[in-house]
Unconditional design. Sequence first.
Length: 110
Amino acid sequence: MLMTILSIIVNIAYFAVLNMKIYTDRAMMPSGDVKEWHRSPIARLNIAGQSFLIYLQIVLAAVSIISSVLVLFGVRNSIIRTIQLVSMIGSTIVFIIIMIVTSNSHVNYA
């Protein structure tokens, strides 16, 4: 029971963090000014052309939340619990990969 509620809360927190503007990109403009952009990890992945990671995160989080809701409503099947555990671990791994990739991605502005 605790794991199902934790799974839902953690996946919501992952999407909250992925939508927060935590990165600052700076680029020198042709006029000599330095322009700053504050971007979220999702925006940086889209700019870098790696948006498939966001889709993978959405799929794993949806499977995790749906299986957690099924367990909360009383489905006591071991297959559902296994799916919930695997999707929760997968969602966490993809979240960590997204954070690593976005911290190391550098976008060129031309």
